[in-house]
Design a protein around this ligand. Structure first.
Ligand code: HH2
Length: 250
């Protein structure tokens, strides 16, 4: 899954694809580089980000989705019902939902759904997040949401631990280290670790543009332990790296 942020303020690529033509060009590149899905988002959810109006979010993403949907599979990265519905009408077939609350929208629209775990909301989620057992709490929350959506008739449900969403570095590392426990639930797992700040911290304070090696390590690890999809900014190198992990041993 390639990331396409049509925002002025995303943490690693804010402003780069805010212009419509630039966004469509980048989406085409992501497909050409080997993305199976391009994830179009119009609201930054980086820690501390404030909300965007639904009208503005739609204005950002809908024309881009319309332009890219004929070229490949589009997901819409939103936590807002009206945006998700309009995005599906514009051609998206997967709702990437960081609030894990739009399962009924996916059911009604007959599209796939990603349920991501987030503790709190973006503006405040990094204020001292606490868990007794982060892996069990995230897993149980996601399985409950995913089961509810399956019962409502959503046929494609992904679960995602929500790396960096209300989590410390240790929480992120525990979730990655125990990703197998999410895989064992039987729901396909999506992981988004690309360029996130814990990778910068671990590698000595690198800014987002210098986190490729760390991002590839996280993607390769996730694929190795059974994640079915990784959400990344750097599609071409990730596709190459994942191809190495995906080789069968004779
Ligand atoms: N992370 C981000 C946004 N959407 N969706 C899923 N399913 N999983 C994730 O880990 C995830 C996500 C945050 O990254 P990004 O879109 O690059 O930044 P921003 O929120 O600043 O636009």
């Amino acid at each position: 899954m390639g990331v396409l942020n049509v925002t002025p303020d995303s943490f690693s690529d804010g402003g780069l694809w805010f212009d419509h033509e630039a966004a469509v060009r980048h989406g085409r590149e992501l497909f050409a580089e080997g993305a199976d899905v391009v994830d179009v988002g119009g609201e930054s959810t980086r820690p501390g980000a404030g909300p965007v109006s639904e009208a503005e979010e739609q204005r950002r993403v809908l024309p881009v989705i319309e332009a890219l949907a004929p070229l490949g599979r589009i997901s819409v990265d939103t936590r807002h019902r009206a945006v998700a519905e309009a995005a599906v009408a514009a051609g998206a077939t997967l709702i990437n939902d960081i609030s894990a609350s739009l399962g009924d929208v996916a059911a009604e629209a007959g599209v796939g759904w990603v349920a991501m775990h987030m503790r709190g909301e973006p503006r405040t989620m990094q204020h001292q997040p606490r868990y007794d057992d982060v892996v069990a709490e995230v897993r149980d929350h996601l399985v409950a949401r995913a089961t509810m959506a399956t019962d409502r008739g959503v046929r494609e449900v992904w679960i995602d631990p929500g790396i960096g969403f209300g989590k410390t570095i240790d929480h992120n590392l525990s979730l990655l280290g125990h990703l197998g426990e999410l895989v064992a639930t039987g729901f396909p797992v999506l992981v988004g670790a690309s360029r996130k700040s814990f990778l910068g911290t671990i590698t000595g304070g690198r800014p987002p543009g210098e986190r490729l090696a760390a991002s590839l390590a996280a993607a390769v690890w996730a694929g190795h332990v059974g994640a079915g999809m990784v959400r990344v900014h750097d599609v071409a190198p990730t596709v190459k790296a994942m191809r190495v992990v995906g080789q069968e041993v004779a």
